[in-house]
Design a binder for this molecule. Structure first.
Ligand SMILES: Nc1ncnc2c1ncn2[C@@H]1O[C@H](COP(=O)(O)OP(=O)(O)OP(=O)(O)O)[C@@H](O)[C@H]1O
Ligand SMILES: [Mg+2]
Length: 546
């Protein structure tokens, strides 16, 4: 074997290739230069391929590139060897190099064919750029969807927050309303009896002073209870078509007095503003509350602006403000140039007893009352405030189809006056019943007493005669005050009816509004209120049955 190999590579008896060219220099140099260029070019190709493949590890069929690089490199070597064999007849070595080249080229060629279908399936540049464009469109769409999702998330959080806020207000309202209801009865009795007591001890100064203290404190309690009822949306409202511009003009003197000299009042009233359906007395009181808040926020003076206008709250607004129905509203905006409300407490200002004022300076019930009143009136209230710049509170009230009438529902103020008519008093609270009984008899009236509807009907069936039925709206038993009134007026159509209630979510007040022609004495009431209301009801035209 060694002998064979030695013979194979022995070139001593071979002639160099140049001899075939008869050492003609032009042929020799043409060969040398051409082979050198081809060889160099062949060497540069695998270098480029190596560089490419090593930098693009993601390229498919990478091994083919390597095989191709070896094959080209081998070809280049054969060309350099051709230059060598012009002078040195090492044909054995040249043969081996050619054999290696042959193997490399055959392997590359064989490997290439099966790859063809796969290579053909590779996407073209055009296809890739189309796919890229489609991908970019998808990315854009996804970005838009993501932005919408984000906006929706923000919106949802806002709605959740609003829902939480409104649920919180409802829950506090229910609790407050329940407590205030019971306190009303207690205060009616205290206030009524203290009057009797005061009359009895009029000649004994030390007891008279004590009675006065109790009366003052009970009155303060009654006022607080009334405020709580207003917040709980349970105060008796007497809505009527109201001209807000006229109401504001009328209230201006009151507001000027409350605000003081250092605050300027500007009114911007929309001419021909539609009438709204609201209790005018309560609206004036709400405006006064807002004005007082504005005054407190402008200790060094400033400006209070009251605007009115017809506004349409659209679906988008309604969606963003739960509890608001889209539609036309009458708007009243009260704005000040005061200290503003920090964003951190803005969601709390309607909470009952929330105040930033020093102890004894504010109860924190002002805005709660306004809130409850507006909600009970089927309106909407919105507060805008910028710390250091001022506050603007907008009240939206339902518009009225009927024109405003100034005197509608207003109870004529009559002086305390008794009478001799007979009054059937239906009241389940024994203390209140006894108090009313005493007061009415002192006023000269004849009284009949019943603790519930069944007792009252029994009296009617027994032939009792009376001119006025004075009944609590909420009664223990199967029938409420309203049903009792219907039953009795059916049997005795000439009977007048007067209701009393501390709690209005019931039969005579539909959705917080008092029926037209219904007389209601809100608890707690004083002797003077009772006397005035009884007289007014007895003297009024016969109310239409509802
Ligand atoms: N116009 C306003 N400017 C700045 N802060 C206000 C304004 N209105 C209300 N506030 C803030 O809201 C809080 C609650 O107001 P709200 O009217 O319910 O109670 P109050 O004014 O503190 O007490 P009260 O009304 O019983 O006198 C106030 O203490 C104040 O911090
Ligand atoms: Mg206030």
């Amino acid at each position: 074997m060694i002998g064979f190999l030695q013979g194979f590579f022995d070139s001593s008896n071979l002639a160099p290739h140049g001899l075939c060219l008869l050492w003609r220099p032009e042929l020799i140099w043409l060969q040398v230069i051409s082979d050198a260029f081809i060889g160099l070019a062949y060497f540069s190709i695998p270098a480029a391929i190596t560089y490419f493949v090593s930098h693009r590890t993601d390229v498919t069929f990478g091994w083919v590139f390597w095989a191709f690089a070896i094959f080209i490199w081998a070809c280049g070597t054969t060309h350099f060897f051709s230059i060598w064999t012009l002078w040195h007849p090492d044909y054995g070595t040249e043969g081996v190099i050619k054999a290696i080249t042959a193997v490399a080229s055959v392997v590359t060629a064989i490997g290439l064919w099966p790859l063809l279908p796969k290579a053909l399936a590779l996407p073209s540049f055009e296809q890739l750029s189309m796919a890229n464009d489609a991908l970019n469109i998808q990315i854009d769409e996804r970005n838009v969807a993501l932005a919408a999702l984000q906006a929706e998330k923000v919106e949802r959080l806002k709605t959740e927050e609003m829902l939480f806020q409104s649920q919180k207000m409802d829950a506090i309202g229910q609790l407050t309303g329940g407590i205030a209801h019971d306190f009303n009865n207690i205060l009616t009795v205290i206030l009524g009896n203290i009057e009797i007591l005061a009359e009895a001890v009029a000649g004994r100064p030390q007891f008279a002073t004590t009675a006065k203290i109790i009366e003052d404190v009970a009155e303060r309690g009654a006022e607080l209870t009334q405020h709580l009822m207003a917040f709980a949306r349970k105060q008796p409202l007497q809505p009527c078509p109201t001209d807000v511009n006229a109401l504001i003009v009328n209230a201006e003197r009151l507001l000027k007095h409350a605000l003081g000299e250092h605050i300027e009042i500007e009114t911007m009233l929309e001419a021909d503003a539609s009438p709204v359906l609201v209790d005018p007395t309560q609206l004036t009181s709400a405006l006064l509350n807002l004005a007082v808040n504005a005054r407190d926020a402008m200790p060094n003076g400033g400006k209070l602006t009251i605007e009115t206008g017809d506004i349409f709250l659209d679906e988008t607004y309604a969606r963003n403000n739960i509890e608001v129905s889209a539609g036309p509203y009458g708007m009243i905006a009260v704005s000040d140039t005061g200290s503003g409300i920090p964003a951190s407490i803005l969601s709390k200002v309607f909470d009952p007893f929330f105040t930033t004022k020093a102890a004894g300076k504010g109860t924190g019930l002002g805005l709660s009352m306004v809130y409850g009143f507006v909600k009970q009136s089927h309106g909407h209230i919105k507060i805008y405030s910028e710390e250091g710049h001022g506050t603007s509170i907008k009240i939206y009230l339902p518009r009225s189809r009927e024109p405003a009438s100034a005197s509608d529902y207003l109870i004529q103020d009559t002086s305390i006056q008794g009478g001799n008519e007979t009054i059937l008093v239906v009241e389940d609270d024994i203390f209140v019943r006894n108090y009313v009984d005493t007061q009415l008899r002192r006023l000269g009236y004849v009284t009949l007493l019943a603790a519930n509807a069944a007792e009252a009907i029994k009296l009617v069936e027994d032939g009792a005669e009376f001119d006025l039925l004075f009944t609590d709206v909420i009664l223990t038993g199967t029938m409420n005050g309203r049903e009792l009134a219907d039953e009795i007026t059916k049997r005795k159509p000439s009977t007048r009816v007067m209701f009393t209630s501390g709690y209005t979510e019931n039969a005579i007040i539909h959705h917080g509004r008092l029926d037209r022609g219904v007389w209601l004495l809100a608890k707690p009431y004083r002797k003077s209120d009772l006397a005035r209301m009884v007289r007014t009801t007895l003297d009024a035209d016969k109310p239409e049955t509802q």
